[in-house]
Design a protein around this ligand. Sequence first.
Ligand code: MG
Length: 456
Amino acid sequence: MKRKYFGTNGIRGVVGEQINDTFISQISASIASCMIDKGPMIIGSDSRKSSPKLKDIITASFQAQGIEVIDIGVVPTPLVQFAVPILRAETGIMVTASHNPPEFNGIKVIDCDGIEISIQKQIQIEKTFENEDFSVIQGNEKQKSTRMDLSREYIDQILSLVDVESIQKAKLSAVVDGGNGVGSLITPYLLRELGVKVTSVNCQLDGNFPGRGVEPTPEKLTTISNISSNVGADFSIAHDGDADRAIFGDNAGEVHFGDKSIALFEKWILSQSSNKKFVTPISSSSIMVDVIEEIGGEIIWTPVGCIYVSRMMIEKNCILGGEENGGLFYGPHQSVRDGMMAAALMAEILANSDKKLNKLLDEFPKYFQKKTKIKCPNTIKEEVMNHILSNIEQAEDIITIDGIKLFFLDGWTLIRPSGTEPIFRIFVESSTSEKAESLMKRGINLVSEAIQSVSG
Ligand code: MG
């Protein structure tokens, strides 16, 4: 069954349209109906203007089914994921639309182990919702709702996993851009406890996200870039709206996309560990592969999506995962993306390295990426994929766990059908811009010919 409401990270939409009171109440009732042990449920929310009301509706829907709700306040998503297992809760709900614009909101549904619920559970919830197989609010069997603040316990756990003494000795300085989101409530304080001198930017919570928008793309982060070079910071960090991701800037003021900072974590953490397996989605840069080859580790590919990375880390007993959008998964803390853990680990790396961050990141090879899309009716996508596979040109390796990834000596091509739109996406990466262009031409030809051949 194809999912209708759940996307890559929970359910999201425009408030007042898809995310309306009735929908939220009924989908909450469906989630509650699918719970086996009947609680408790942990709820948290981001800084969006629509979040308090949605939180009230969700809480009431769970309470009406006799489920105890524990409200941990306005928090980053990773804090809800931290709270669910330690409070032995059955489920968690984070009210957030992550990096989407202010008019959006939604929910991320967390399982008892702190990881977002599986696709199978999402389908079960959607079936319950579609069949209206849930109890509706009666208002007469209210369960209790309690409030709890777990930010101290959460910060303490992160502190217990880094070398606090050496970080404090290093007297680092950092610029933190909270993007007016919930990362502002943890990262500046966490870094200060580590002895880092923090200059905070956009750290006032504001549901309009007036600072630099919700999505921390390097081109939007000019403020931290300027401030960093002015105050001579060792690094800068920017979170997305729910702070499960972190994008870093270096001491020279250059902001890097996640591929390089994730590769730095990969190199630093895995070279010191006997467990050298690294979990990453199939769309990741060759930098991740270069690092693994250098340290003699193993790369484990997953389909695109943080749930796959988290679940694979547990299944294969891995301590590290990463996505090039700035999502770092550090298993000893929790096997989910966590922007605050990434901040502390970056401080640890810089405190223990004799090189500045720009030098550390410069050591990685530079790759050129290109992406495009080609229109294709949804009905023939599967046939087109099969046609491409049977007509594949010579490749060093082919991986088909999510689309088709072709590895060549001079780079790679990834062809993926979109799950939501009638298009194929093509991604390529190579060591020069010209080579990437030539891979892209070959990729476009391969997909166009397959579409033509299938549609006859
Ligand atoms: Mg996010």
